[in-house]
Design a protein around this ligand. Structure first.
Ligand SMILES: Cc1cc2nc3c(=O)[nH]c(=O)nc-3n(C[C@H](O)[C@H](O)[C@H](O)COP(=O)(O)OP(=O)(O)OC[C@H]3O[C@@H](n4cnc5c(N)ncnc54)[C@H](O)[C@@H]3O)c2cc1C
Length: 416
């Protein structure tokens, strides 16, 4: 007896993992995707001989669900070095993570990133979180703002402005650090244990790997869904598909099921610029954090130093990814960002060629509180209908993968 048909809507990380879990249980799901290819927010374009991810995005190798689902060797992930460069208005200096690079202990001790007391607190926080489970990082901290958590730990304004704000502002895609402290603790722990890495084939390689393993799933791209009802999916072209085995909505559900209360997911956006420099820029595989308030730039990184395959040809210069503090859309602002990059990187005036500007409007869900769940009970919204996607838990790839797994587990346990 064939299993009754299950339909998954959305072929991002969450939908792809849901499909693989259903396949493992013997199902042959149908995966419907609105765009022309799978991946959702994990997308990479080939532009003028470079791999350009749509938004600066790193793969944290320590994420529990990354370890569960991804073959990092096959992805040939290349890691950034721990630590970074900080650019203030007057100076630029390097900071290291002495627990990860003991040889850098002296450099860390004298770096003007913060006070002595800050460095001791930083080391203590690292040790404390190292001994906590991921669940413990979340528990009790899902509503407190990250900035309030930092103040409560007694960190100085110096280290908040020079390190925490640009670093976590770049990860959370908001500069206030209003994102719940649970996320701060989780990400801090992940950076402490593992690496921030780039897959050799660009971030989209993650989605390609997940999709490439599916054997029993039918994937239909260019197939937007308009409506979901119990046991039925209505496509944008009016076609009705039966899903007696159940439905997993692995995209924001509010348009598909307007009866779901809550007003929908709010999103954070980002502006990501790419430049090619005809001079080689040496940053030692470190991320650059800009804490100069007069600069439009939040972070920048030389991608081909970390993953040389981001340059598809033998060009001699450097591929630079720049993330701005705010989302911009005027040409003059791109010009200003270019000037800021020249100033911070100390590259000569005529060395930069602008490649592309990605404005990602729906980059991360803006969630309060965030969640980390171990079981599937929450994801069921109606008989046989389950929700997945990072917006169900917290804004991270780990959450997307986890939510896909939990929705599939829920459907398998609860039935259609
Ligand atoms: C710029 C940027 C930087 C990021 N940086 C990091 C980072 O450093 N670390 C980290 O952990 N995470 C990061 N993330 C977040 C991470 O990429 C996401 O959490 C994850 O990719 C989300 O996967 P998802 O499956 O939940 O959603 P999505 O990838 O958004 O997938 C949803 C899919 O559903 C499809 N869809 C939508 N509506 C319909 C419809 N009506 N019918 C059919 N299909 C539909 C969409 O086309 C899409 O393919 C970043 C994201 C961005 C954009």
């Amino acid at each position: 007896m064939p299993h009754p048909q299950i339909i998954i809507i959305g072929a991002g990380a969450a939908g792809l993992v849901a499909a693989s879990e259903l396949e493992r249980a013997g199902h042959r799901p149908l995966l419907l995707e609105a765009e022309d290819r799978v991946g959702g927010r994990l997308k990479t374009d080939e532009v003028d001989g470079f791999l350009l991810d749509r938004g600066f995005q790193v793969l944290l190798t320590e994420y529990p669900e990354v370890k569960r689902y991804l073959d990092l060797d096959a992805l040939e992930v290349k890691s950034f070095r721990p630590g970074g460069h900080v650019h203030t208005r007057q100076q630029r200096f390097r900071f290291a993570d002495p627990m990860r690079e003991p040889a850098q202990l002296i450099r860390s001790a004298v770096s003007p990133i913060g006070t002595w007391s800050d460095k001791i607190k930083l080391a203590r926080l690292g040790l404390r979180l190292r001994n906590k489970s991921v669940e413990e990082c979340f528990r009790g901290f899902t509503e407190q703002r990250s900035i309030d958590y930092l103040w409560s730990l007694g960190f100085s304004e110096q280290i908040v402005e020079r390190f925490f704000r640009p670093f976590f502002g770049g990860i959370f895609l908001e500069q206030e650090l209003r994102t719940p402290a649970a996320m701060f603790r989780f990400i801090f722990k992940m950076f402490g244990h593992g690496s921030a890495a780039l897959p050799a084939g660009g971030i989209e390689a993650v989605a390609k790997q997940l999709a490439g393993r599916l054997r029993q799933t039918e994937i239909r791209c260019n197939t937007p869904v308009a409506q979901v009802r119990e046991g039925t999916v209505v496509l944008a072209d009016g076609t009705t598909l039966d899903a007696p085995g159940g439905i997993i909505i692995a995209c924001p559900p509010e348009k598909l099921m307007p009866q779901l209360a809550g007003g929908g997911v709010r999103w954070k956006s980002t502006s990501n610029l790419y430049f090619y420099s005809n001079r080689r820029l040496k940053e030692n595989r470190l991320i650059n954090l800009v804490s100069d308030p007069t600069s439009l730039i939040n972070t920048y990184a030389v991608l081909d130093e970390v993953a040389p395959s981001y340059k598809l040809t033998q060009q001699g210069g450097s591929l630079i990814s720049v993330t701005l503090r705010e989302t911009v859309d005027r040409e003059s602002q791109i010009g200003q960002a270019e000037q800021d990059l020249l100033r911070h990187s100390r590259l000569p005036n005529d060395s930069l060629q602008f490649l592309r500007h990605y404005i990602v409007r729906h980059a991360l869900p803006d969630l309060h509180p965030v969640a980390f769940r171990q079981d599937a009970t929450h994801s069921r919204v109606a008989k046989g209908i389950y929700l997945a996607g990072d917006h169900q838990l917290n804004g991270s790839l780990d959450a997307a993968l986890r939510s896909g797994r939990l929705a599939a587990e829920g459907l398998l346990l609860g039935g259609g």
